[in-house]
Design a protein around this ligand. Sequence first.
Ligand SMILES: Cc1cc2nc3c(=O)[nH]c(=O)nc-3n(C[C@H](O)[C@H](O)[C@H](O)COP(=O)(O)O)c2cc1C
Ligand code: SF4
Ligand code: SF4
Length: 305
Amino acid sequence: MRRAAIYFFSGTGNTEFVSRLVERELLRNGVAAARHSLDFATAIDLAPYDAVFLGFPIHGFGVPVPVRSFIEKLPRSDSKKAVVFSTYGGFSCGSEKWAARLLAARGLVPVGTLGIRMPHINPPGVSISRQEVEKLVARAEAKIAKAVPSLIRATQRVGTFSLSRTAISSWLNPLAIDHELVDFSFSKRAFADERCTGCLRCLRACPTGCISMRDGTVQFGEACCSCLRCYYGCPSSAIQTDRSPPGAPRYRGPAGDYRSPTRPAAATDVRPERTAVPPVERRWNSSAIAATGDTRAEENEDPGR
Ligand SMILES: Cc1cc2nc3c(=O)[nH]c(=O)nc-3n(C[C@H](O)[C@H](O)[C@H](O)COP(=O)(O)O)c2cc1C
Ligand code: SF4
Ligand code: SF4
């Protein structure tokens, strides 16, 4: 392996951070690496590379929808090596193998997978301590430093099928998420409150393009993949759900400064005029919040960035 492309998807910064650790180890081991966020990628050119690393967060025991769409768009390439890495909060359920199988169907040769545990950012507004982040980052660094040299040398195609894991990851996940068998979609519960400045960042950062601005108010559409990028990335912490209290803490990635990519500005991106704060229907489901015993609203008020 001499030149590797690292393509990654990251909702809230963990996978972006891990992609930088992977890049660092590749460079340390003499492999030239180029990192690309797979969001909004238009032309995908694998010609300069002899290997592709693909990284993503685990969503609902599976591979996020934008990542599956990206793989479908990959140019067919025979004999290039592929390595899949995931970040997960609890259990990855072998989803890396599902992605490896999808890559193999595009002609790539999966030679390794790697799962990295990182802070669990779901449900929205979960409290994550700095010590926990530091502990997980230290473990991630050690695991990646150990794994990358053997991934570089690997030539054998990895097995990509395991009955129990495949069943949950690549069968149940699409049933649940793509066919909405469970109440999964973030956008069904999301709204922007009066802190919204109309900056349009969420519209331009949403990987599925399902956020719009209507009558000065942010609207959430149906194509949401629940990556939580808008929720954690809003500079004013204005996006809420009916299940997490206003003022719940906003995780800004392992380094505390994550800024997601955004699509290029479009002519239709017109900032609303704010002559008055638009009325916002308060939709917090106080019984759902009370059931969690959550008092973070008072404890963790985030002044935004
Ligand atoms: C909608 C959603 C579903 C998730 N499902 C899982 C899961 O099934 N298993 C798991 O271990 N982590 C799960 N997580 C946690 C993320 O995989 C984890 O926090 C990841 O590092 C986030 O990466 P990112 O910051 O790059 O988006 C989920 C996160 C979200 C937003
Ligand atoms: S990112 Fe936040 S402040 Fe900006 S438009 Fe979206 S909800 Fe409003
Ligand atoms: S609406 Fe928010 S959570 Fe849903 S896909 Fe867009 S950025 Fe992600």
